[in-house]
Every structure is written in C-alpha cells, then in structure tokens.
Design a protein around this ligand. Structure first.
Ligand code: ZN
Length: 472
C-alpha cells in the first residue's frame, strides 16, 4: 500500500462500529482507512495514543461567538482556541448576539469577513429567522448557512426579535421547500409572562438573589407549549425541526411521540442541565443563569433517561458568554443578570463524568457530542465519525486524568463559568484537525488553520434528459 501521511493508533479507537485497538491511516487530511493496531507502514510518521481514547473530533452545533459587534463578549479567536483545547474540531456559530445578526446575506458576509484567518477549528454558521426576512432565507441558504434559528420568546437582544406562530408557519413551508433545518428556542411567552407576574412583580416579588425566584419565572409549561406547537407545525409543513437546549422533563413524552411517528424532529440538551440541580444552586450565583433554566434533580434524571433511549439526540454546549459585569455577580440578582452559560471548552469531561456514573460508554459520547451535531448541521459527510473518507479530526482523551476548571487554563474570553473550581473525570490531551495537531497539553501551533464550512448547493444529478441532449 502507498504510505499514508500519518498514522495514529491506540488501544481504544472509537468508530461507529467498535471501541478497540486500531491504527488510523491518514492521507490528505482525511481518514484513508482503519487497520489492525500493528499495521503501520515502515517509515510512516506515527502518533501513539497510549492510554488515551481516540474519539472523533467533537462537533458543537450550538456556540454563540458574538463577533462582529459584541466581540467583547467572545470572539472567533478565543472561542476557537477554547474549542481546540476541549477536543472540539467544528463549531457552528449562532446567528444572534453578533451585530449585525446573521439574518441577511450582508450579515453573513460580515460574519465570514470577521471569522477569516482567526479560527483554530472549522466553523459553520446558522442563519436567523426573524419577522420580515422570509424572502431572504433562500439567499442565505445558498450563501452557505447550514440552516436557520428562531426564537418563540424574547431573545434578550433587540436586533433578533422572536417570531409568532403565523410567521413561523409561513417560514416552515419555505424551509421545507429548501430542505433546510430549523432550530428553535422553544419557550412560549404566555406562561413566562404569567409566571413572572405572579413571582416577580408587585407584592409577589420574590428575592431576586434566590435561584428559586428565577426558576419559578421560567416554568416548564413554557417549554411544553412550545414543543406541542412545533410538533403540530412539523406535521403540517414537513419542515425539519430541532429543539435547542431542551430542559423540561414534562415534554419528553411529546418528543417520544414525535420520534415514534417518524417526524423529522430532533432535540438537544446541554451539559449544565445534565450536571447541576436547582436545589444545589447557591443564592446569588448568577453564573448558573440560563434560559430555559437548570431544573430540579428529578428533572435532570429524566433528561438522562431521554438521552439513553434516544429521545434526546445530542448534547451541545450552548456556550453563551458575556462580560462578567453583565452577570451582576456582586449583587447576585438573578432577574437582572444576563442568561447564558460559558462552557465550550469543558463539554467532554463534564458529560463524561456524569455519563460514566450512569454506565454510558465512549461510543455513546461520540454519538451525542460528535455524530448527531454533525448530522444536524448537514456536516455528516465530512465530520462526526472516524470512518474512511471523513476529515481526520480527532480528540485524544485520557480517562485516567482529571480536568480542573480554573482561570489559568480556561481559554474563553471571560473566565466566569459555573464549572469554575470544579474537577471532572478525564482530560483532553491533544486535538487534531484534518490530520494536523491543533492542541496538545496547553500548547497551540502559532497559526490558526480552521476553515469556514460554507454549505455548498448540492450538484444537480444528471437526468435522463441530459443523456438525451448528448444523443441529439
Ligand atoms: Zn443559545
């Protein structure tokens, strides 16, 4: 056989079929093939994974980079550096919190300009669906976004307003025509307004420093009503739908029903919903605030069960940082604090720590953290698994080591995170992007080598008429 550019071998190589010894041969930045452990051609450069597990590079389809416009919150340079240190080789950027948002072709152009030359991992882009931009969706999709995101409730930033049912309904017919996925922040405003009035206004005002006050203001009912609406619209329009950061255990039966009926309906949850519990969040600890909220222990266990039975398809970070002053930590006001949790770098050790306690293995992790997010973003042809033909993206993870979250090794722009000071099982040792090392034990190469993953219009299949043209 011709010698590959590089071989990486280990005792635990995680492929869709197995978890065992193998040698991965890499040529031209792609996995050429997978062989027995000992099959390494003489003279071929070799990386020994040793005790580390060789996982496919992680894909995070839910990251708020915030550049351009709010680069002070996070940016491509810092976000992708943190991603590389966390074993993540592909992120997909959310269309909001940057200014302009990615809701127009010009907004997408500005995103691309801002990201160019700065990225240490590959980066794709979600477009935004907002009131009034229905006519631009086709152009945005042709321009390279992987799909669209919308909100059913106030997004927190004024330049990205939420859609109402009528607008959503019309847009979903257009998205079904384009075959573009729609990912949705699924909380309805009605139950939140009602709950807020009864717990956070007038005489009823609860202590804003108490987590319970905030939790009561974002009831499960808001998520449950949203999921029911989305399910109905999915049935009516045939558009592909995905619920982001799902938290309510009460709507899991609806999600199960959607799965059972074969609808194109998927859901994600996030490491914080699977790790923390409302009962344990201290007063004033606003770094735990996100929407929908982290709920009770009992709710968390139901989310784990839903992951185990496939009702929830994936775990992505929803990395949504802000400057620390916006978290209002000194006064500890949960109601006024920005909602969003910073965690891009830590998804793997955090999820592994909780997953192994529940008897899950690395093949489950590869599915939740890499394959399914890649599939959602239409990148599964290139990313999401260690298989021949796909990009040679890997994460070397040492299950015997520990990850301690602390400012000195946290590469996010801002260090405030609810994981700070905590220790998790396993540690990312090294990360490879298209066969090149982009991270190893705290070291990064000088030059960022990430690419922008702009969706390409599928090539037109030749038809019988093309053949006829040739004949005539
Ligand atoms: Zn988000």
């Amino acid at each position: 056989m011709p010698s590959p550019d590089l071989c990486i071998r280990g005792q635990r190589v995680i492929t869709p079929e197995s978890d065992g010894p193998a040698s991965v041969h890499i040529s031209g930045g792609r996995v050429e093939d997978i062989y027995e452990f000992d099959e390494v051609p003489d003279g071929c450069p070799l990386v020994e994974a040793g005790e580390a597990v060789l996982l496919p590079g992680l894909v995070d389809s839910h990251v708020h980079v915030n550049e351009p416009g709010r680069t002070r919150w996070e940016g491509f340079a810092t976000a992708t550096k943190a991603a590389a240190a966390g074993g993540v080789t592909t992120i997909v950027d959310m269309p909001l919190n940057s200014i302009p948002p990615t809701t127009t072709p010009d907004g997408l152009r500005q995103k691309i300009e801002a990201a160019k030359g700065q990225c240490r991992v590959d980066v794709g882009f979600w477009g935004g669906l907002v009131p009034g931009n229905l006519g631009l969706l086709a152009a945005l999709y042709a321009g390279g976004v992987v799909g669209f995101k919308c909100f059913l409730i106030d997004s927190g930033v004024q330049e990205f307003p939420n859609v109402k049912e009528g607008e959503l309904h019309a847009a979903m017919f257009e998205l079904a025509r384009l075959d573009a996925p729609l990912i949705v922040h699924a909380e309805m405003p009605g139950p939140v307004e009602e709950a807020f009035a009864s717990c956070c206004t007038g005489d009823a005002t609860g202590d804003p420093r108490r987590y319970e006050t905030f939790l009561n203001s974002r009831p499960k009912k808001a998520e449950d009503e949203a999921v029911a609406l989305l399910l109905r619209l999915c049935r009516e329009t045939g558009a592909r739908l995905h619920v982001v950061h799902h938290s309510s255990s009460d709507s899991l039966p609806l999600l199960r029903e959607a799965k059972a009926s074969g609808l194109p309906f998927t859901a994600e949850t996030c490491p914080h919903y699977l790790t923390f519990a409302a009962e344990e969040i201290p007063d004033g600890a606003t770094e735990f605030k996100c929407c929908p909220p982290v709920r009770e222990r009992e709710n968390r266990e139901q989310l784990w069960a839903a992951l185990a039975d496939g009702t929830i398809d994936m775990v992505v970070s929803d990395h949504s940082p802000c400057p620390p002053e916006m978290k209002r930590r000194p006064e500890g006001d949960f109601i006024k604090a920005w909602g969003g949790i910073s965690s891009l770098q830590y998804r793997l050790p955090v999820v592994w720590t909780e997953a192994r306690r529940r008897s899950h293995d690395f093949r489950d992790l590869a599915r939740w953290l890499s394959r399914e997010p890649a599939r959602l973003a239409g990148l599964f042809g290139r990313k999401g698994a260690i298989t021949p033909g796909r990009d040679a993206d890997f994460c070397l993870f040492d299950p015997g080591a520990k990850t301690r979250v602390e400012a000195g090794t946290n590469y996010h722009r801002h260090k405030l995170t609810p994981y700070d000071g905590l220790e998790f099982d396993g540690a990312v040792i090294a990360t490879y992007l298209r066969g090149e090392k982009i991270y190893e034990r705290g070291e990064f190469p000088e030059k960022p080598t990430g690419q922008l993953l702009l969706r390409e219009e599928p090539k037109k299949e030749p038809t019988i008429w093309d053949d006829l043209d040739d004949d005539f």
